[in-house]
Design a protein. Structure first.
Length: 128
């Protein structure tokens, strides 16, 4: 599973083997114990990757073989490709700009997206 954390300083992505239903259940329990609201809904998220990355071809080939993939790469312009993901959005309220997005896909597709994101230099450090 890919876990995308949208924060006030940017996007941080991680790959985890945690079951998404279990992770969501833990977040609900934590919110209840803290007396905080929690909004969970199916949705879409996206990230931008440089269009000149040769590894994008490998991702596109993997997606072609991965029937029913929840991933959509779309050329934005000559410089960037937007990779759209389907999954679940978890935030404090419906209109929040900060939150967590969970996307489940094949191991190979998850690995390729995570690797491309790391290679793009788009990730933020945990110390930022």
């Amino acid at each position: 599973m890919l876990k995308l954390n949208y924060t006030d300083v940017g996007l941080y992505m991680e790959r985890t083997m945690t079951n998404p239903e279990l992770l969501i259940a833990h977040r609900v329990l934590l919110a209840m114990r803290l007396g905080r609201s929690l909004h969970i809904e199916p949705g879409c998220a996206s990230l931008l990757l440089p269009a000149d990355m040769p590894e994008l071809k490998v991702l596109k080939m993997a997606l072609h073989q991965d029937y029913g993939s929840a991933v959509t790469p779309i050329a934005v312009d000559e410089e960037f490709v937007e990779v759209g993901l389907s999954g679940s959005w978890i935030a404090e309220d419906k209109d929040a700009h900060e939150g967590m997005f969970l996307a489940v896909m094949s191991d190979r597709t998850e690995f390729l997206i995570y690797k491309l994101w790391q290679m793009s230099g788009a990730h933020i450090s945990s110390s930022a």
